[in-house]
Design a protein around this ligand. Structure first.
Ligand code: LMR
Length: 394
């Protein structure tokens, strides 16, 4: 029977990881998949996570199942990190999921169960997996303009014009911070304008937040999300701990459904539990438990916040270095956007041919839409990328 199956296209980001591994050149530079790397090119286990892991090994007495929604302590800790005091805890249903991808998938499932005809408005461009998951679920997807390819900033007028078509029963998917793949983000007054429009038209927002702390700060990066949850009657939030806790392979994420009152919250919690049960039963616990230990212990938390700050400032420094190097090589300010963007990614605005030329000539690997993972650079490779860009005529 399996001969009936159609071959599926490989994921572009994961294909790039493979191509990089197979390239024998020593000087190759990996700016592909969204994984943080330090100056030596390593993806370290964060200090506080390593300490928590030692403590857990000493103290954990069972590997029996947790609850269907995972450990409540994880949901409480993540609620605080994401939402602060923007909304009462008893209005928020939450379930741990296998990574942020699992949270997005469960969120889409929940929307589909509520209304098979719901349209999900997705930024153009967005993380490719948003689009393929919606296709996989046979849901209606509606792209909205997001990126101005001239200025490399948000095309806010285009975005608002396209979102004005969303109606009751539609969902608008927003990136909480550090937009993937562009690096261009809404400012707070733009967040407010989006909220006003969605409130006016009765549209439900869903926020995917996977890089909290990598943009301007832990609270700063959650500011837009907090405005949304404090002003809108229902919101879905899909959060990832992969990057900001560095627990990629532990698959640690959380889906939250914010409601207006505890009665609706209870019903939403039942739905999240049900979705977990149907898709994988109990969510992975190890990463979630480490995250909880870090967030709940003042000393571990302080150390983690400090390490997130080091990562953020390192990435910002690389952005500034790259923008300055391009300014020096070209005598033009047109690459200033690289220092303005936030988070791990920037979309350079190169053509697929230019992306390919940079790979061939300088061994620089970036996603075909010219998304770079800035954290894949270091002080030595920034000039190589700048040179490759200029040589390719970007
Ligand atoms: C990325 O965008 O590179 C990351 O979110 C990793 C992934 O799963 O695609």
């Amino acid at each position: 029977m399996f001969e009936l199956l159609k071959e599926q296209p490989a994921d572009k980001i994961l294909m790039l990881m493979q191509a990089f591994r197979e390239d024998p050149r020593e000087q190759k530079i990996d700016l592909g998949v969204g994984v943080y790397k330090d100056a030596e090119g390593r993806t370290p286990i964060m200090r506080a996570i390593k300490t928590a892991e030692k403590q857990l090994w000493e103290t954990e007495t069972t590997k029996s199942y947790t609850g269907l929604a995972g450990d409540v302590g994880f949901a409480d800790a993540m609620f605080g990190l994401l939402m602060g005091d923007a909304v009462p805890r008893n209005c928020v249903a939450a379930a741990a999921t296998p990574g942020g991808t699992g949270a997005v998938r469960q969120g889409f499932d929940m929307i589909r169960m509520a209304d098979r005809e719901a349209r999900v408005f997705v930024s153009d461009p967005s993380w490719p997996n948003h689009i393929t998951m919606l296709k996989h679920l046979e849901m209606h997807m509606q792209p909205y303009r997001y990126f101005d390819s001239e200025t490399r900033a948000v095309d806010f007028a285009g975005m608002m014009e396209d979102l004005a078509d969303a109606r009751v029963g539609d969902v608008v998917l927003l990136h909480g911070c550090c937009h993937n793949p562009t690096g261009a983000n809404l400012n707070l007054s733009q967040w407010q304008e989006v909220i006003d429009l969605l409130v006016k038209n009765g549209v439900t927002p869903m926020i995917d937040i996977a890089y909290q702390g990598f943009g301007d700060g832990l609270d700063e990066d959650a500011a837009g999300l907090r405005m949304v949850v404090s002003q809108m009657p229902e919101v879905l939030v899909a959060a990832s701990c992969s990057k900001n806790f560095g627990v990629y392979r532990e698959r640690t994420g959380l889906l939250m459904a914010v409601a207006q009152d505890p009665v609706r919250q209870k019903a939403n919690q039942g739905m999240l539990n049900h979705l977990n049960r149907q898709n994988f039963s109990f969510p992975p616990d190890h990463g979630a438990r480490l995250v909880t230990m870090v967030l709940d212990d003042p000393a571990l938390r302080a150390d983690w916040e400090e390490e997130v700050r080091e990562i953020r400032e390192g990435v910002l420094g690389l952005r500034e270095q790259l923008a300055a190097e391009l300014q020096r090589l070209t005598g033009s300010d047109r690459f200033g956007f690289i220092a303005q963007h936030r988070g791990m990614f920037s979309r350079l605005g190169a053509t697929p041919e230019q992306v390919e030329a940079m790979r061939q000539s300088h061994g620089v690997y970036m996603v075909g839409d010219s998304r770079i993972n800035v954290a894949g650079l270091n002080a030595k490779t920034v000039p190589v990328l700048a040179e490759a860009m200029v040589a390719a005529g970007v």
